[in-house]
Ligand binder design. Structure first.
Ligand code: GUN
Length: 287
């Protein structure tokens, strides 16, 4: 058996086009241009690529995109002052602080300084609490993109056995909350989990978000399962740089019913969801 590919690029094209439609409507009918500010502190090359892509796609959707690039040695006070300024800027509806931040900055404090209504990453403690209690939260982009693909591929998720490997605040924990909200039976596995292989083998839905290249082999996957690979790992193979996921694609594709490729799976949906969250934030402010 060869798994069907879950085409994140195609899902993202559809979502971006819906977003662009909303933007056009907001501009024409309400004279409002949704605005997204992205803040990058330091010069981490991977973060620079992500931020550039976010900025480009924001503009392509017809939104206002503002990029703040700050030096690595920026003080906490200066960063908080910028956030305060963005919080009170009526033309900015969404604020994203690119993570990771340099070590001398307190990421929790910085994130919780963002106006929760403009927290398009869904990382503010208020949005985390709203999601955890099943209320109207801003939902983190990567897990939201994964959920959209799962629903698009499987339809109703209720009663399915879901295993999330990874417990980060950015992906693992919110992913588990979203699957629970869709009535899956959810297990969160992590680096201390015993017999990870047999836990993964139970999964109708397996979400891998550990950041370890090709850690999950095909024989940990239940035949026919839907596999969402969140990992984006750069490795050197045959003298070349290559992007691989957390799942060993070549063996997994023989067992799974459906699988997201890396690249071209989860990645494109993350930015599309960021744009969608920015529209949500804009519409909430303007009723
Ligand atoms: N770094 C890696 N993923 C993310 C994300 O989803 N949001 C932000 N702000 N930073 C990240």
């Amino acid at each position: 058996m060869t798994a069907q590919l879950v085409d994140g690029k195609a899902f993202a094209v559809q979502l971006r086009s819906r977003v662009a439609g909303h933007v056009a409507w907001l501009k024409e009918e309400h004279r409002i241009t949704p605005g997204l500010a992205v803040v990058l502190v330091g010069d981490d090359p991977a973060s620079e690529v992500y931020v550039r892509n976010k900025g480009r796609q924001t503009i392509e959707a017809g939104m206002k995109g503002v990029e703040h690039k700050l030096p690595a040695e920026t003080s906490q006070a200066d960063l908080l002052a910028l956030i305060e300024q963005l919080n009170s800027d009526p033309e900015i509806h969404g604020i994203l602080i690119q993570l990771p931040l340099p070590k001398h900055l307190n990421a929790d404090l910085v994130i919780n300084a963002i106006d929760p209504a403009k927290d398009v990453d869904g990382f503010h403690i208020l949005n985390v609490g709203l999601l955890g209690t099943g209320q109207n939260a801003m939902v983190p982009c990567t897990p939201l993109g994964c959920l959209m693909m799962l629903r698009g591929h499987l339809g109703d998720l209720s009663g399915l056995e879901a295993v999330v490997v990874g417990r980060s605040n950015i992906v693992g924990k919110p992913m588990a909350q979203l699957l629970l909200r869709d009535s899956c039976t959810v297990t969160i596995a992590h680096s201390h989990t015993r017999d990870l292989a047999s836990i993964c083998r139970r999964a109708d839905i397996l979400v891998a978000a550990v950041g370890r290249p090709e850690m999950i082999p095909g024989d940990w996957i239940k035949p026919g399962a839907t596999v969402i690979d969140v990992g984006i790992n750069r490795i050197a193979r045959d003298g070349k740089q290559q992007l691989v996921g957390d799942v060993d694609f070549s063996s997994a594709v023989e067992v799974a019913g459906a699988i997201t490729p890396v690249p071209g799976g989860v990645g494109p949906m993350t930015i599309a969801c960021l744009l969608a969250n920015s529209i949500t934030a804009c519409c909430r402010v303007h009723g």
